[in-house]
Ligand binder design. Structure first.
Ligand SMILES: [Mg+2]
Length: 395
């Protein structure tokens, strides 16, 4: 069975009603979120579906550029195809998450086809089930949204951003009690510097976080070292990386306890398994990122997480934009704060073409708001030392 044709389906997706990333719950997802799905058609008529992030509009061009190199390739040779595409993409430089997105979408679709051809779910092809369901966490912006999530059965919550984050995290802990796990994501911009991140981390330490995510910018090595040396909290990062070598470096630096590959931009299921193996050797846990992703990547993440021994938890925006349940079917089933791994052949998900085509891409970039020092938002600095530092850590 060979690859016959590849199609891209790029769509505009609206954002959820709130996310954890700012004090207001508003995020750039509401105006700049695109979903890129691809479909691979084979010589035998089977259809595989994949999804990419890593700047979806640009990745769509990448997929279209390399599609001719895939025609006639045997579907089952996913590792060799991955190597061939890496070589083809290399001429554009080390293009990080864009190449990682191209590889991810194609690899995901090929695994989907393999499962369909063999009549088994993808998880059975990549090691089999270590677990039948995978716990997930949701974003909350305050104690009200936290209690609503717990009422739905969710057992892990994430608070984020830098504005009043200590105050909100403490309020959520007081509302939900000690038996619900909390995550804090200090997601910039503006990113904190090492001194401010350490102060915030110390104010959060008594909360017993499941992990503290990106306390400083991912490329601020000095800041990471300062936070790592000064805090007992588990630390997490990795959502902005695309290549296996970048993940290996991140983990060998010794700064993190939890690695967060984004399912749509780090090379697909083939590479996720390699990242998980490196993590396993270092006693690092895996918690895939899913900030802007659509439904197909979530299915792929679930098969992957079901198959590894060091899977910690999945990220899920819930509630999300209502179109997530329309763009692809069926919906994943959740129970007691965990997603049940689908048992249908392949990934177990298909696109609704009419819905996807009815939402063409309009815009795929946006600036966040909130989180800068008062009166400085028009400067939009990437990193910013904080003024009124007593407010940064007050609760
Ligand atoms: Mg994050």
């Amino acid at each position: 069975m060979e690859i016959k044709q590849i199609r891209s389906c790029l769509m505009q997706a609206a954002g959820p009603s709130y996310t954890a990333w700012t004090g207001t719950g508003q995020s750039a997802l509401s105006t700049g979120r695109n979903w890129l799905f691809i479909e691979i058609e084979t010589s035998s008529g089977l259809l595989g579906v994949g999804e990419a992030s890593g700047w979806p509009k640009v990745v769509a061009t990448g997929v279209s550029d390399i599609a001719y190199l895939l025609e006639g390739e045997p579907v089952f040779e996913t590792e060799r195809i991955q190597q061939k595409l890496r070589v083809a993409l290399m001429g554009h430089g080390q293009t990080g998450v864009v190449s990682g997105g191209v590889l991810a979408a194609i690899d995901m679709a090929l695994w989907d086809i393999k499962g369909k051809a063999l009549g088994c779910p993808v998880v059975d092809l990549i090691g089999g089930s270590v677990r039948k369901s995978v716990p997930y966490y949701v974003h909350v912006k305050d104690s009200e949204t936290a209690l609503a999530a717990v009422g739905r059965g969710v057992r892990t919550l994430k608070v984020g951003g830098t504005q009043s984050v200590v105050e909100r995290a403490w309020a959520v802990r007081e509302a939900v009690g000690p038996d619900v796990d909390l995550i804090v994501d200090l997601h910039g911009p503006a990113w904190l510097n090492g001194a401010d991140a350490l102060a915030v981390g110390r104010a959060l330490e008594p909360l017993g976080l499941l992990f503290l995510e990106e306390p400083v910018a991912p490329d601020d090595r000095g800041g990471w070292k300062r936070v790592r040396d000064g805090l007992a909290l588990p630390l997490a990062s990795g959502e902005r990386l695309g290549t296996l070598a970048e993940f290996e470096r991140l983990m060998s630096d010794g700064f993190i306890d939890v690695v967060q590959p984004d399912t749509g931009r780090c090379g697909g299921i083939t590479q996720l398994k390699k990242i998980a193996a490196i993590a396993e050797a270092r006693s690092i846990l895996v918690a895939p990122h899913s900030g802007s992703l659509g439904p197909v990547a979530e299915f792929a993440a679930l098969h992957f997480m079901s198959s590894i021994p060091n899977g910690l938890i999945m990220e899920r925006l819930e509630p999300d934009w209502e179109g997530k349940a329309r763009a692809a079917t069926p919906m994943l089933q959740a129970s007691e704060g965990a997603l049940l791994t689908p048992r249908a052949p392949g990934l177990g998900v298909s696109l609704d073409h009419a819905f996807v085509e009815a939402h063409p891409s309009v815009r795929n970039a946006a600036l966040p708001s909130g989180g800068w020092n008062p009166g400085t938002e028009d400067q939009t600095p990437y990193m910013q030392a904080r003024t009124h530092r007593a407010r940064l850590t007050s609760r």
